[in-house]
Design a protein around this ligand. Structure first.
Ligand SMILES: Cc1cc2nc3c(=O)[nH]c(=O)nc-3n(C[C@H](O)[C@H](O)[C@H](O)COP(=O)(O)O)c2cc1C
Length: 179
């Protein structure tokens, strides 16, 4: 099973990354895990003239690779920080490159970090809406978390909240049971 984690944060010290790191640690080595970082591989703004065109022929190499990464994954984890009550522009811009049906046959999971759980639940809902517009559904369970669920130690941010940790475990079990 190939799992692609897409991180919608550009922060150097990212809580969203910490959540991805925790979730990743729960998969055993039989699974292939891949992370897409827009810090390392940024995508240009999506220009509407490309909408409906074959993304494999896009002139930007990162756009082509991003598209191929999404196509080849069985599981896509869409991870976003909460920005003004919704998903980050960076993640939304990337999702705008995708077209209806792209997630067909894949498991899509929404995860988010905000100031608190309530607002990041809203962000997970926003991810769901985009995925729905692309013709698929996210897993019923999402992970909404907030800054108090994490702790920084020697410059490393870790997820420490046991409730969110067990939610992560339940989601990984659900993903594995589906593939
Ligand atoms: C532009 C911007 C808007 C934000 N808006 C919200 C918000 O509406 N509600 C909230 O709780 N936190 C908000 N935050 C805080 C981030 O959600 C929070 O710092 C989160 O941990 C960022 O994730 P990251 O560390 O992975 O970048 C905002 C941060 C930025 C930079």
């Amino acid at each position: 099973m190939e799992v692609l984690f897409i991180n919608g944060s550009l922060s150097k010290k990212s809580y969203t990354q910490a959540l991805i790191t925790y979730l990743s640690s729960l998969f055993d080595q039989t699974h292939q895990l891949r992370e897409w970082s827009f810090k390392e591989a940024p995508l240009p703004f999506m220009i509407p003239e490309f909408y409906g065109c074959d993304t494999r022929t896009h002139p930007n190499e990162n756009v082509r690779s991003f598209f191929e990464a999404v196509i080849s994954a069985n599981v896509i984890v869409l991870a976003s920080p909460t920005y003004h009550g919704t998903i980050s522009g960076v993640l939304k811009n990337a999702l705008d490159y995708l077209q209806k049906g792209i997630f067909s046959g894949k498991t899509v999971v929404a995860i988010s970090v905000g100031g608190g759980i309530r607002v990041s639940a809203q962000t997970c809902e926003a991810i769901r809406s985009v995925v729905r517009a692309l013709g698929s559904n996210c897993l019923v369970d999402a992970i909404a978390s907030g800054a108090p669920d994490f702790k920084e130690n020697e410059n490393v941010i870790n997820l420490i909240d046991p409730v969110i940790q067990s939610r992560c475990r339940a989601i990984v079990d659900e993903i594995i049971s589906r593939h």
